[in-house]
Design a protein around this ligand. Structure first.
Ligand SMILES: [Zn+2]
Ligand SMILES: [Zn+2]
Length: 177
């Protein structure tokens, strides 16, 4: 956890995940140089001249001023409008091949942990089991091909790891180019 940064319930360590990094650039929203900038996705129809600071993400001012969102609302089914708003407009997104989206567990959005490979995933067998089940449902019927894909996560394709904010279970989805 980085000292002094705002706390993001649904993305608790954006420095570790690489979405926020140290830099002296000025924020495109508040025009202050806070020493930290956001480096990942933002979807807007407006021109944004530069990066945002974490504070303009946390208080919603960047999303409001530029009428944009940091993540897709795809997949955020069954959560309250407040949670939907917080995830898409007040939470740093992350870099991914496909549009980043959030997973849901215990009827709340899960917290994004980071991009991981098979080695890290093995430490969370419940996430690996859930991903395996999701991919079977998604059409991966060849078991040995599926296992080969899973064990090679981290080389090309990766897994986006989340942690339930309610029960603590880990869950993930696969991201590939
Ligand atoms: Zn700012
Ligand atoms: Zn849960």
């Amino acid at each position: 956890m980085s000292v002094g940064l705002p706390f993001f319930r649904y993305h608790p360590d954006p420095v570790a995940s690489g979405s926020i990094r140290r830099a002296d650039e000025r924020c495109a929203c508040c025009e202050r140089s806070t020493g930290w900038i956001y480096t990942a996705s933002f979807y807007t129809a407006h021109e944004v001249d530069g990066p945002f600071c974490p504070w303009c993400i946390a208080d919603g001012s960047a999303a409001e001023r530029f009428e944009g969102e940091f993540a897709d609302s795809y997949g955020l089914d069954g959560v309250s409008d407040e949670v939907l708003y917080e995830v898409t407009r007040r939470t740093p997104g992350f870099r991914a091949w496909q549009d980043p989206h959030w997973l849901v567990h215990c009827r709340d959005a899960a917290a994004f942990v980071g991009e991981v490979g098979y080695t890290e995933l093995r430490a969370h067998p419940e996430a690996l089991d859930q991903l395996r089940a999701d991919m079977r449902i998604g059409g991966w019927h060849d078991g040995s091909r599926l296992e080969r894909f899973l064990t090679h996560l981290g080389e090309g394709a990766t897994a986006m790891l989340f942690r339930c904010t309610v029960c603590g279970a880990h869950l993930c989805y696969a991201d590939a180019s």
